[in-house]
Design a protein around this ligand. Sequence first.
Ligand code: ADP
Ligand code: MG
Length: 847
Amino acid sequence: MASVKVAVRVRPMNRREKDLNAKFIISMEKNKTTITNLKIPEGATGDTGRERTKTFTYDFSYFSADSKSPSFVCQEMVFKNLGMDVLKSAFEGYNACVFAYGQTGSGKSYTMMGNAGDAGLIPRICEGLFSKISEKTKRNEASFRTEVSYLEIYNERVRDLLRRKSSKTNNLRIREHPKEGPYVEDLSKHLVQNYTDVEELMDAGNINRTTAATGMNDVSSRSHAIFTINFTQAKFDSEMPCETVSKIHLVDLAGSERADATGATGVRLKEGGNINKSLVTLGNVISALADLSQDATNPLSKKKQVFVPYRDSVLTWLLKDSLGGNSKTIMIATISPADVNYGETLSTLRYANRAKNIINKPTINEDPNVKLIRELRAEIARLKALLAQGNQIALLDSPTALSMEEKLQQNEARVQELTKEWTNKWNETQDILKEQTLALRKEGIGVVLDSELPHLIGIDDDLLSTGIILYHLKEGQTYVGREDAITEQDIVLHGLDLESEHCVFENLNGTVNLIPLNGAQCSVNGIQITEPTHLNQGAVILLGRTNMFRFNHPKEAAKLREKRKSGLLSSFSLSMTDLSKSCDNLSAVMLYNPGFFPVKGPICLRLEFERQQREELEKLESKRKQIEEMEEKQKSDKAELVRMQQEVESQRKETEIVQLQIRKQEESLKRRSVHIESRLKDLLAEKEKFEEERLREQQEIELQKKKQQEEIFDRVKEELQRLQELNHNEKVEKMQIFRELEKLKKEKDEQYLKLESEKKRLEEQEREQVMLVAHLEEQLREKQVMIELLKRGDVQRVEEERRDLEEIRESLLKVKEARSEGDENHEELEKAQHEFVEFKRKQLEQC
Ligand code: ADP
Ligand code: MG
């Protein structure tokens, strides 16, 4: 008994939440998680149902919201806590399951798969598995076999994420094995030898996953993904053989939010509906299991008939064992820290809280043979103890003691035999599977053994023989003969006419010849041979009278298939080389009849008869199997039918409710449509009126526009004319001014010339007058001398003369001054000259 372990993990705020200025509402302390409802004010009292904070206790509360916080939990720590537990369970032989639950974008894929360079649980678990395997293999503690498969549930359909061919990957059927429970039919399982193999498959699967963007998280997947590891372990545990098989389911669920919360529409809404169907069923299963577990732990409660609806969804049906069955299960609930996601986060926390109550019943999954050995050993130990007791009370010779000893010996012998058988079986299988040239795989219900080397398949004529013998013909020679041959034979046979050294198969660069030795009986395709004979694909070989083989050459077969495809191979050559028509894959030995071959002779007739008998038997066997299968199918179909009937009934009820709603909506729609119609009419009338007015206004506007244009045109024309006239007048005026200017210039030139000549004349006059003044001054000096001389008598007269001269000089100076100022005074000058002449005449008279 073990409860489902529940962990809650809170991620950092994402960009959208930060942009919305969201508040942090999650706090964690040890294994407790508390959520705060910010809508309820702090310190509010009363209604206890609406507390501001709610606290839940889980097995683990992982705070991954802030890498700087001291309580931050990284991927590595999650692995150490939970992943190591899964590994421990696997090595102990228990089934294990981890599933991540939470709204889209809350960190499910991050926790399960992780990001590049920040691996999540699945890669870490696989890596841990292989590192432990290599440790144990090195110490020779055990041998292992690991297979993985990866599927996706999308719209309630199962898809194989690892099948390479595109066909038959979608919508795989789920069937139920009577012992092993539900399984996916035709799901590919891949044998992996190391972590690199797993990594490659994981990457391929992740690329295949269906994703659709939603309003909340662009890359979030809308599908459920289940990664399964089938892990087989064989070892000796204190001399006891031990073979365990552990199935590990690692599940990344799709977003748990309601379809409308993400703003999803259309097709996605349908997806949402289906996803919810799986998740709602998961919720119902968890609730039912929690109820069951609580009833079981409470002795006072009455045994209730609780129905667990595993079959209601693909997800719960496939995880039946992981939920409340034979498995150690862990649930990781991922949440956002932001107040904007309060509703979804609270619902996730409640969901996780319910899951805590589920109690599983994990058991170690042992091989039945090993179980038998274990039980026999326990029986031996018990018998030995009884015998020891018998010794003490001297019962050794009694018949009971004897029979006990006999039984003990028998048991011991059987244990030894079984152990040897089991060890051989496991070791040989391991060795064979390790051979690079041989591969075992499932195809439908058949098992296919693929080989790359040329080989012989033994066709045993013993009707009771069930094994298949395959002899590889390696490069070089392979000797065939009896056990008693002098040299050791590679293939040891016995039977009629088989020589001790019978023949040799020689494989040189892929060409195989059969060489009979010492005239031994060898035939190829019914023809006796004595010389080395080349063997073709599909050849039937008879050695002696009873050892019959089919020769397969995979490379040649591949070439022939190519030829057949391109039509190069005639039906004749095909019938010779490719004897078995049903043998499509010639290199593959399917578990079916080898087919027709023409061989002559009585032994061949007998063989042919026996072959036919065998064929009949096989047909009967396959018919029986078919019937069994059909019965099984019928059973599951019946159950399916009942389930479908229930579904149909509930759908019918739903449909009735929906129809009622539709009718109501139709009525209200009709009322609304009448109202809308009348409103529409009013609106149309208004519209018409409005249109008319608009037309009229438009016409008026057009008219006004025209008028304005005409006016503008006239005004422009007038203005132009006026401007032209102005221009002309201006030109005439300009000409006149120009002419006047010319005239003025001429006048100015003339004036200038006149002035120049006048200036010259006046300068001449000035010179003359200066000379005259100089001459007069000379005369004056002479007079003064004369006056000196005539001093005595004539002083009066001289004085008068001097006064007269002084006057004349004064007048002459005035004339001169006037002339220098440009004022020509000819009268004054003439008067002065006349006075001077008068003075001279007087002087002369006086003399
Ligand atoms: P889901 O699978 O639940 O839809 P994802 O795992 O895709 O959500 O997470 C959404 C985004 O948040 C991714 O970009 C992822 O890297 C980031 N994220 C989620 N959990 C954490 C975490 N604990 N630490 C850091 N980033 C995280
Ligand atoms: Mg995801």
